[in-house]
Design a protein around this ligand. Structure first.
Ligand code: PHE
Length: 461
């Protein structure tokens, strides 16, 4: 089975595919606002420290586990644990990827609809107060979001069925440069707006007084989600890396790309916010920032209904769509690789099975804003349940188990052989890496975990 697996055809393809997974909605709808509100450059420095101490060691480990075993995530941990209990970490990763994709696709679908709305100039002459209503009318409609959802999932399905090289790699090589170019164009337009410097100042001015334990834990959680860590994505992609791919260097490239795009997203958003004199603390975060505040902000900044406003907004939502799609493809691949390899299905049949399951559960998540809004579990609608359960429980749990597995269980010699490409690359950082995996990462993730579950709420008051 292992012998006829495909590989990525080039090192660049491998980097772009992994970066495609990392760069996603998290870069645009969480990072900039978190940075602006939590100390600007101070937050960025903390975020980078989190990446160095936690992100890189775990990313390198996930790469190594995938490439060493040339197997899907469940198979990889099964092989490395000799069928022992640790095989469950891989299965958890596969489940987590599939689970995230169920709700992530719903937002991917929204970006498609907003690209369409921007392109058709639907935001001109809309009073600022009405954007919220437009968004809720759209998301609560039983049909329109569901149809976009089907389109989004089927595009991902198409790329997946074309295979690793002619599907995922080719698509990443086309889409990631497109994404960079659009980002740069949007940044340039944005920083030329009058008042842009205030926006940049809001984003970057270091303010260490804002930094407290909540901010640090938030930065860790964000680094984790943004780098696609803690589940099967990077491990699955790394199983297609060639033996000569330098793992640590690839991990650094992916992290740098992910962070740069996240910072640039801030340069796209805040100049416009300040340009129209809006209070940046009132733009919201996540969906309300992206689909309620920003269409208004862009339309006003670049001139109500003008060509420039249409182009800017269309490119922005298309950028989000591309970012979400490449992440969704990486999530789909985790489950597809698992089904095809563990149950000996053809790639097409395996992918179809996953796609059908996504269409069903994704639709349920999507309808939880409309006809299924009354279905509440633990005080949340179904969408939020999927979102919170994966972000607050599955990802931190997965990340902690992966770091413990890599630091304590995995054979040290095997680890060193893999990251040095069997002695070809010097690895002066080896000891630090292992130290982080053994002590720092499990402890830090444990704290994030407890914090997200509300364990420290009493202390914070
Ligand atoms: N990293 C992606 C983002 O920033 C989300 C993601 C998480 C993708 C986990 C794959 C796996 O949006």
């Amino acid at each position: 089975m292992e012998n006829n697996r495909e590989n990525f055809g080039s090192k660049l393809g491998a980097i772009l595919a992994a970066a495609g997974s990392a760069v996603g909605l998290g870069n645009v709808w969480r990072f900039p606002i978190e940075t602006g509100q939590n100390g600007g450059a101070a937050f960025i420095i903390i975020y980078i420290v989190c990446i160095l101490m936690l992100g890189l060691p775990i990313m390198i480990s996930e790469f190594l586990i995938g490439r060493h075993t040339h197997s899907n995530t469940a198979g990889a941990y099964r092989i490395l644990s000799n069928g022992g209990r640790w095989k469950w970490v891989g299965r958890l990763g596969v489940f987590c990827g599939w689970f995230i994709l169920c709700y992530y696709s719903v937002v991917g679908a929204w970006t498609m609809h907003y690209t369409y709305l921007s392109l058709t100039n639907a935001f001109s002459d809309i009073p600022a107060t009405q954007y919220g209503e437009i968004f809720s009318a759209f998301t609560s409609d039983p049909w329109i979001p569901t149809l976009w959802l089907a389109a989004f999932i089927l595009i991902a399905h198409y790329v997946i069925t074309r295979g690793v090289q002619s599907g995922i790699e080719k698509f990443s090589k086309l889409m990631m440069p497109t994404l960079f170019i659009i980002t740069i164009v949007l940044v340039v337009c944005s920083v030329m707006l009058p008042g842009a410097s205030q926006g940049i100042e809001f984003l970057l001015r270091p303010d260490w007084s804002k930094v407290n334990s909540t901010v640090i834990l938030g930065a860790m959680g964000q680094a984790f989600f943004s780098l696609s860590l803690g589940m099967g994505c990077l491990c699955t992609y790394a199983s297609y890396f060639e033996p000569s791919t330098p793992l640590a260097k690839t991990a650094v490239h992916v992290s740098v790309i992910d962070t740069l795009i996240a910072i640039m997203a801030g340069f796209i958003i805040f100049p416009s916010v300040f340009n129209i004199g809006m209070d940046p603390n009132e733009v919201g975060a996540g969906a309300s920032l992206t689909f309620i505040s920003l269409p208004n902000v862009f339309n006003q900044s670049f001139g109500n209904g003008t060509f420039l406003a249409i182009i800017f907004s269309t490119l922005f939502y298309f950028l989000l769509f591309v970012a979400a799609l490449t992440s969704a493809i990486s999530l789909h691949e985790v489950a597809t690789a698992y089904i095809t390899e563990e149950f000996k299905f053809s790639r097409r049949r395996g992918a179809t099975l996953i796609t059908v399951s996504l269409l069903v559960l994704g639709t349920v998540c999507s309808l939880s804003f409309g006809p299924l809004a009354d279905v509440q579990i633990f005080g949340r609608n179904i969408f939020s349940l999927f979102d919170d359960f994966s972000g607050m429980v599955l990802l931190p749990l997965g990340g902690m188990l992966i770091s413990i597995f890599a630091g304590w269980i995995l054979d040290r010699q095997l680890y060193r052989d893999e990251i040095s490409n069997r002695g070809d690359i010097p690895t002066p950082y080896f000891k630090v890496l292992i130290f982080s995996l053994r002590y720092i990462a499990p402890l830090a993730i444990g704290l994030v975990f407890l914090d997200q579950l509300g364990a420290f709420d009493i202390l914070k008051k």
